[in-house]
Design a binder for this molecule. Structure first.
Ligand code: SF4
Length: 377
């Protein structure tokens, strides 16, 4: 047991983790609560050491394109600046030709290996669930080698409701159509009370967990995510991370953990949040470090350059992070919520940025097979 009430608490925790021990939930909360600047530096340094022993200085990235197929949404998540109603001037639902055109553009311009497809919960599609299945089938028929990473657990839930199928039935049908993996988004914060406050109409935690475990049981990999830096408490974060670690112990089906800082000044939730804390890179970087120390069953921790900006994303590579994320090409969701860090970095830019930190850039696929080490050299 850690002695959390004295100064040796931090030393004991870091020693324990660096010698291969598993950080308990009480230790996790202790690290999340730590604010002292020197202590935070020690946490970051321990995370960097641990990451080095796991990933040997490799920093991976994926050449991908986001495709947000609709911004029309029936839900009202309080952190969202992306959703539109059907009658909004800039509301859209992409047809398959437009989606194929975007993929062709991504293939020609940057040689994408992956598309990441998500959208709003468009009420029109409730009576047309085949839109989802045929979207995957159409992409697969046209791009046999492309990795299709698509549809969050919220979308799987809506498809189950619309078709009368079980979650497993929906996922199996999507896989038959050509789906490869599922984004572990819609997790937001899994501590139920806070979840209900920030996204009251979204699936509850139990359903999110059930859909994710179902995907893993069917050997469909997913990512794991958290939305942090809003009204959640450290206890909420500890609960979320503990649940994710338990699922990973059970299934091993998560490919990576992606921590998404809340940066949405234009949203109703943004007005409730302390702006200074929201922008504090040190809080964000400490959180990445804590993830590396706690999530001992995750090899991959991903930063988010569109949300925190390139300089902070590069710093995160010294705080336990080993994945730079993707080229994206377009990133509508963060941009609509007030994000200002752009939506595209070329592969060359990513390689040069990673090299600047003294790390080794590695192009990967969606499920973290390394495609070429020392990319671009
Ligand atoms: S986060 Fe997604 S589900 Fe929630 S309102 Fe925005 S588009 Fe809709």
């Amino acid at each position: 047991m850690f002695h959390l009430s004295n100064k040796s608490g931090l030393y004991n925790i870091l020693q324990e983790v660096l010698s291969g021990g598993r950080l308990e939930d009480s230790g996790l909360l202790f690290l999340l609560e730590e604010k002292d600047g020197k202590a935070v530096q020690k946490i970051a340094s321990a995370a960097d050491t641990l990451n080095l022993s796991i990933n040997f200085g490799n920093v991976s990235y994926v050449v991908n394109r986001n495709i947000n197929f609709t911004n029309i949404c029936a839900l009202n998540c309080r952190f969202c600046g992306y959703k539109r109603t059907k009658n909004s001037k800039d509301a859209f639902l992409l047809d398959y030709d437009k989606i194929l055109e975007k993929i062709s553009e991504g293939k020609k311009q940057i040689g994408i290996d992956e598309i990441c497809v998500t959208g709003g919960i468009n009420p029109e599609l409730k009576s047309n669930p085949d839109y989802y299945f045929n979207l995957i089938r159409t992409v697969r028929n046209n791009f046999p080698d492309l990795h299709i990473h698509a549809f969050s657990p919220q979308e799987i839930y809506e498809l189950a409701k619309a078709t009368g199928k079980s979650y497993a039935g929906v996922i199996e049908k999507l896989v038959d159509c050509g789906l490869n993996s599922i984004p572990g988004t819609a997790a937001e914060i899994l501590a139920e009370e806070t979840r209900r406050k920030i996204c009251p109409e979204k699936i509850n935690t139990a359903v999110w967990v059930e859909i994710i475990k179902t995907a893993h049981r069917l050997r469909v990999k997913t990512s794991a995510t958290v939305l942090f830096g809003h009204i959640e408490s450290n206890k909420d974060l500890a609960y979320h991370l503990s649940l994710i670690r338990q699922i990973q112990d059970e299934t091993g089906g998560f490919t990576e953990f992606i921590a998404l800082p809340f940066i949405s000044p234009k949203t109703s939730l943004g007005r409730l949040v302390d702006k200074a804390a929201m922008r504090d890179d040190n809080n964000v970087l400490k959180f990445y470090a804590v993830l590396r120390l706690y999530l001992d069953n995750f090899k991959n921790i991903q930063t988010s350059w569109p949300k925190i900006g390139v300089p902070a994303a590069l710093k995160s590579l010294e705080c336990g992070v080993n994945d730079f994320g993707g080229t994206l090409m377009e990133e509508n969701i963060t941009k609509s919520a007030g994000g200002k860090f752009g939506e595209y970095l070329s592969e060359g830019e990513i390689i040069n940025l990673i090299k600047q930190t003294g790390k080794i850039p590695v192009r990967r696929d969606t499920v973290y097979n390394y495609l070429n080490i020392n990319a671009g050299i």
